[in-house]
Ligand binder design. Structure first.
Ligand code: ADP
Ligand code: ZN
Ligand code: MG
Length: 491
């Protein structure tokens, strides 16, 4: 970024909670059904229909809030947020306003500036304050067809209307696009990890808006912010923020002013475009939802949910680094998801070698898994089997290079390491007695070469190694062969 300027970013994430039914009615949340198949008087907004809160949505909201270190309020209030849009048939959205479900979270995430190719330079901790996480319903979808002003048709699909969302808002604590990038990935992973949301941006069940402003270094007041929408991946968001930073700096330096507005990211043209000027909170005329009582959650409920959470990704990364002596970047890779982290721990135990297991998983196994499009829990090579393979290598029964081939066959066939090593006749002979016997034989049947060697032609050493390896059908451990040969020849 240009010298003398600082960026300020705050993020809003909408995550769809993984319930089977909607937040205020019993309709299914299934994706991909016939348009408007999953609707009823409540989510169609018909007069007189009354909402009833889905308990599972509250549980998943609590899992999400606790995974992000927020405080859950024992009492919160639903509010009507009024706006008119065809995909919002009631004319308002049930959300939360001044008394949200949870607030005041503080996270420490790891973040890195990246080089041109997007590779992290150095990981550093960053404190991020989460203002609030509240519960609300999603709107439906407008579907457009044809060309505008020619033969354009618009349709409305209300299957999504009433799907539960958690809206997660941060303080303006980010100072670069990469910090925002690392935060969104952190949240995505945390939500998936505790089963609160699929948090998949491509499927649209995690959506993200970035508020971006710039100021001259040393200024106390924040600049005017622009809200960026239509960010369909974390990488698009990062690129959109970069574009926006440059646009705002150029605008101010050429004497202009940043307008408070909402802009859309256009990935094809790599630019942001104005969508509308930003509405203010008073435009929404928030007021308490009269059809729903206050949401009361007990301390016991909160503690029950807390106790049911798995060890969180961040804690697990730190433990992997400390307990297993892994580099932070390796711990990050092995905690991409819970299945892989579980796999790693089992394999490390079975191999009795935590670093060896880490290296083999990071390089060999992940490559096979990725090529097959599988997650670690579906790996045809079970963690105990990978551990067994590593022990064969450790004990010198097969070489590391042979081990790589064996792993590939294990992956393809589902056979055990022992079975493949046996079938291929791979077991290395490291037994000195056996090797000595072969050496004896080779020396006896090559008296001429032996005489040459003894008279000083040391280059003939390689010939003997070759003969011994051949006589052992390639099974002799080359390291042992070298050692024993040297000893016998120089005697
Ligand atoms: P609004 O009323 O426009 O929705 P909020 O104060 O609720 O604004 O903030 C919305 C988001 O914008 C939050 O994530 C907040 O951290 C962020 N934000 C607020 N002011 C700024 C600013 N000047 N620059 C960047 N982000 C900001
Ligand atoms: Zn319904
Ligand atoms: Mg706001």
């Amino acid at each position: 970024m240009k010298n003398g300027w600082e960026t300020v970013i705050g993020l809003e994430i909408h995550a769809q909670l993984s319930t089977e039914s909607k937040i205020f009615c019993g309709c299914s949340t299934r994706f991909g059904d016939e348009p408007n198949a999953n609707t009823c008087p409540v989510c169609l907004g018909l007069p007189g229909a009354l909402p009833v809160l889905n308990r599972r949505a509250v549980e998943l909201g609590a899992r999400a809030a606790l995974a992000l270190a927020l405080n859950i309020n024992e009492r919160s209030i639903f509010a009507r947020k009024n706006y008119f849009y065809p995909d919002l048939p009631k004319g308002y959205q049930i959300s939360q306003y001044d008394q949200p479900f949870s607030e005041r979270g503080e996270l420490e995430i790891m973040t890195a500036e990246r080089d041109e190719g997007g590779h992290p330079r150095e990981w550093l901790p960053l404190k991020v304050r989460i203002t609030r996480l509240h519960l609300e319903e999603d709107a439906g979808k407008n579907v457009h067809e044809g060309l505008p002003e020619v033969d354009r048709f618009s349709y409305i699909d209300l299957n999504r209307a009433g799907t539960p969302l958690a809206e997660i808002v941060t303080e303006p604590d980010f100072r670069s696009s990469w910090q925002a990038y690392d935060y969104v990935n952190y949240v995505r992973q945390a939500l998936q990890w505790v089963g609160a949301s699929e948090a998949d941006m491509e499927k649209g069940n995690l959506r993200c808006e970035a508020n971006v402003s710039v100021r001259r270094i040393g200024d106390e007041k924040f600049g005017t912010k622009v809200e960026l929408k239509n960010l369909n991946s974390v990488r698009y968001m990062q690129r959109a923020i970069e574009f926006e930073i440059e646009r705002q700096i150029e605008l101010i330096e050429s004497g202009g002013r940043v307008a408070q507005e909402t802009r859309l990211w256009d990935e094809r043209n790599s630019e942001t475009r104005v969508m509308r000027s930003k509405e203010e909170a008073h435009d929404y005329r928030y007021f308490p939802e009269p059809d729903l009582p206050p949401l009361i959650v007990s301390k016991d409920f909160i503690e029950e949910v807390r106790a049911s959470l798995p060890e969180l990704p961040d804690a697990r990364r730190k433990r992997f680094a400390e307990e297993y002596g892994l580099a932070y970047a390796d711990a990050v890779q092995l905690t991409q998801n819970r299945a892989l982290a579980d796999y790693y721990e089992e394999a490390a135990r079975a191999a009795n070698n935590s670093r060896g297991a880490a290296n083999w998983i990071r390089t060999e196994l992940l490559r096979e898994l990725e090529a097959a499009g599988l997650t670690a829990d579906k790996s045809p090579v079970r963690p105990e089997e990978l551990g067994a393979l590593l022990r064969f290598i450790e004990e010198g029964k097969i070489s590391g290079k042979q081990g790589k081939d064996v792993l590939i066959e294990m992956f393809a066939s589902g056979k055990s390491a022992a079975a493949i090593i046996e079938e291929r006749g791979l077991v290395q002979v490291s037994d000195t007695g056996e090797i000595d016997a072969i050496i004896e034989e080779v020396l006896n049947s090559n008296p001429q070469q032996l005489a040459q060697y003894r008279s000083g032609k040391e280059t003939i050493f390689g010939f003997f190694v070759g003969q011994v390896m051949k006589a052992s059908k390639g099974k002799a451990n080359p390291k042992v062969v070298n050692e024993r040969l040297k000893e016998k020849l120089n005697k």
